[in-house]
Design a protein around this ligand. Structure first.
Ligand code: PLP
Length: 397
């Protein structure tokens, strides 16, 4: 009898990469491909700051190639503490580094939840969370972001979904896939709600320093030292090094509220030995050298403007302007939601423009969207959106 994969795998989906199967077909048919599907700056015209690369090479030459302490080397943890305090986070109880935020988030959820528990995750949101929910045997509990309110979390919707197995609220700020930044009042309301129901706030701030229009990001944990918050950040996005696989978690709040959680995470971190040792040596130099950010954000802002202007000019597409990160989540106003996936697959096959259908991120039932990444150079974006416009005008179900 053939080997049977685990049943839980049926719930593990990652649309951002799954869509590549469709793209491969278009590529094999000889289409010129325009990839607007993956949030990896390094495949376009962005380079990891040299200070980071030099620090890693030096660490390797200096022999830091063995395992590191499980939570991380002191130089990295100290630099993360200073950076977090500069963002206004007080009452820090614990810091750890991981092989990307992805690993850190998995540790955080595995140490927090038993099977059958649930966490509130934003919809639309980053599909890692729903994949982990399936992997860890948790129940899905998505809450909606309100498109008509600039994609802010809908507090009433969140509160209506809290039940006795709910352990945490995940906030992605700036959000992937909408590019929205949470208002300060919304963050304060979230803190009050989490406090009322005794929930941990998991604040994914991996795009915190990629903000547009001169808007400044506010860390959730900075708003209240009495809130129990686990904040994530890392080298992947604002430091242009996703392949370095280096992220970190910062646990803050009163010790009484955090109970035995920190110890549980430490136990799991020990069981996976350590994060990449040489790359940890780049954390302090990275955090202490952020001069690349103004030029990076200016470039992203130009590409965001191209995206929003060109998409909004297409009949039947509307796009809320992203305020951060490098994603837009335009609405397909006149495509039946059940045809969304087919529309996107046919778009890819006909034009070579690779975007991801909205269902891959979650969305309000009855609506249709797609996500595009506006990292590519101006001329690629212009070409891609013009092809999307032509295809949209000619498409018939
Ligand atoms: N969190 C969000 C919201 C993301 O969009 C991503 C990557 O796209 C990650 C986490 C993954 O981060 P890392 O590369 O540090 O694992």
């Amino acid at each position: 009898m053939a080997i049977q994969a685990a049943k839980r795998m049926q719930g593990v989906r990652y649309a951002v990469r799954d869509i590549l199967v469709v793209a491969e077909k278009a590529k094999a048919a000889g289409k010129e491909m325009l990839y607007l599907n993956i949030g990896d700056p390094n495949i376009f015209d962005y380079e990891t700051p040299p200070v980071i690369i030099e620090a890693i090479v030096k660490a390797m030459k200096d022999g830091h190639n063995g395992y590191a302490p499980s939570a991380g080397i002191p130089e990295a943890l100290d630099a993360i503490r200073v950076d977090s305090e500069e963002r206004g986070i007080k009452n820090i109880q614990d810091i750890f580094v991981a092989n990307g935020c992805s690993e850190g988030i998995e540790v955080a959820l595995a140490a927090l939840c038993d099977s059958g528990d649930n966490i509130l995750t934003p919809s639309p949101g980053y599909p890692l969370y729903t994949a982990l929910v399936a992997k860890l045997g948790l129940e899905e509990n998505p809450y909606f972001l309100a498109e008509e309110n600039g994609w802010q979390p809908d507090l009433e919707d969140i509160e209506s979904r809290v039940n006795d197995r709910t352990k945490a609220i995940v906030v992605i700020n700036p959000n992937n896939p909408t590019g929205a930044l949470c208002d300060e009042q919304t963050l304060k309301d979230l803190i009050a709600l989490a406090d009322k129901h005794n929930l941990l706030l998991i604040s994914d701030e991996i795009y915190a320093d990629l903000t547009l229009d001169g808007v400044r990001h506010t860390s959730l944990a900075a708003l209240d030292e009495n809130a129990a918050v686990l904040t994530f950040n890392g080298l992947s996005k604002s430091f242009l090094g996703p392949g370095l696989r280096m992220g970190w978690g910062v646990l803050s709040g009163p010790v009484e509220k955090l109970g035995n959680y920190s110890g549980a995470m430490a136990q799991l971190l020990r069981s996976r030995l350590s994060a990449s040792h040489p790359v940890q040596h780049a954390v302090a130099p990275a955090l202490q050298n952020q001069e690349h950010l103004p030029a990076l954000n200016a470039k992203l802002q130009r590409r965001r403007d191209i995206t929003v202007n060109m998409l909004n000019a297409i009949d039947g597409i509307s796009c809320v302007a992203p305020k951060g990160a490098f994603y837009a989540f335009p609405k397909l106003e006149d495509i039946e939601p059940e045809l969304e996936e087919r529309f996107i697959a046919e778009l890819i096959e006909a034009t070579g423009v690779v975007v991801v259908h909205g269902g891959g991120f979650g969305q309000r039932p009855g609506t249709a969207h797609f996500r595009c990444v506006f990292l590519p150079p101006d001329e690629i974006l212009q070409k891609a959106y013009s092809l999307v416009g032509d295809f949209k005008a000619s498409w018939r179900p």
